[in-house]
Design a protein. Structure first.
Length: 351
């Protein structure tokens, strides 16, 4: 599994400095968002390198698992990447200092996987997704990308069928297309933006992109009580996973499809009007996602389970979250369904 340049860690800061360096909190108007929702009652699985028991995450990291021979509970981290993603999602800081996550009352379910080898990594991620599905996750964050694999696709389909929102990093340059699992139908593929809300130079583009979020110099937690910045779609995906946790906490009655619709329908449109290959449906607008009074769909087709059998060529042409038309604009699951067909045209059948 390729994580790319997402760590890009430089110097380590102290707890009294890092909050001011979390520019994305101001960009997303987190103070206003936290008056509405804090992520309570939502478990986010972080399928990554494990999660260190950082003070800013104290009480928010559940016992998880390690998909490897060591068999730990996932609450250790040799690389620091998983700890960084967990901090972006659900750190609570220490009063006015330390890292503040997008959903500080959410719980993190750490699932440590092997990220060193793409083939082994994708197999580990597939097992991690299945484990998360069976252990109460309502959101799954995968801040990495790689090649397609049959077991990975099956695990993603099962998770979506179980009403779990699966969020994945779209990938970083020099990759030329959205990686997997982000490219699978039904996955929320996330691109990265800079401090101005423009496409980050590191972010991959493509027809699979669903939404974009801040992904440059994102200050977060590191193992052993430390802090450091990260850059890439990994960090952007973690921000969107935190946003999903806030929405699921605020609207517990909504299905996964409806949660994704709320994010995409309220995103700030960038680039070409409507959905485009640079920003997807737009840049995450967190407060709007939590407050907008969305009109009901003018037309809806029955949900199509992502666990539905693939066609004879194995391309999953019948798979999608759902087709929704709102004020004549196709959003959320329908485009996720369409992009699967676009990938087939560009790449040939996907395993």
């Amino acid at each position: 599994m390729l994580v790319g340049v997402v760590l890009a860690t430089t110097g380590l800061a102290g707890a009294d400095e890092v909050r001011d360096q979390q520019w994305h909190l101001r960009f997303l108007d987190i103070p206003s968002a936290h008056k509405i929702s804090d992520g309570s009652g939502v478990t986010v699985a972080v399928i990554d390198s494990g999660v260190d028991l950082h003070p800013d995450l104290a009480g928010n990291v559940l016992p998880g698992t390690e998909i490897a021979a060591n068999g730990s509970d996932g609450r250790s981290d040799l690389t620091g990447h998983g700890t960084g993603m967990a901090g972006i999602i659900a750190a609570h800081g220490q009063g006015a200092t330390g890292i503040l996550g997008i959903a500080p009352k959410a719980k993190i379910l750490p699932i440590a996987v092997d990220l060193n080898n793409d083939l082994i990594g994708q197999e580990s991620v597939a097992k991690g997704i299945n484990w998360a599905r069976m252990h109460g996750a309502k959101v799954i964050n995968i801040s990495g990308d790689g090649n397609p694999a049959p077991d990975l696709r099956a695990a993603v389909e099962a998770a979506i069928a179980a009403d779990i929102v699966v969020v994945a990093a779209a990938g970083n340059r020099p990759s030329s297309q959205v990686g997997f699992p982000a490219a699978y139908p039904g996955v929320v593929a996330v691109g990265a933006t800079d401090r101005d809300g423009d496409l980050a130079a590191t972010s991959v583009t493509g027809d699979g992109l669903v939404i974009a979020a801040p992904g440059i110099d994102i200050m977060t937690t590191r193992p052993h009580g430390r802090y450091g910045p990260g850059t890439g779609t990994s960090d952007a995906a973690a921000i969107v996973s935190g946003a999903v946790a806030l929405v699921r906490s605020r609207f517990p009655e909504l299905s996964a499809v409806e949660v994704v619709r709320r994010l995409t329908a309220t995103a700030t449109d960038k680039g070409a009007p409507g959905r485009d290959d640079q920003y997807g449906f737009g840049v995450l607008n967190l407060v709007a996602a939590l407050t907008a009074d969305l009109p009901p769909p003018t037309q809806a087709t029955p949900s199509q389970s992502a666990a539905a059998p693939a066609g004879p060529d194995g391309d999953g042409s019948a798979i999608g979250i759902v087709a929704l038309v709102v004020v004549g604009v196709v959003i959320a699951g329908f485009v996720l369904h369409v992009r699967a067909r676009r990938h087939r045209a560009a790449r040939g059948p996907v395993p």
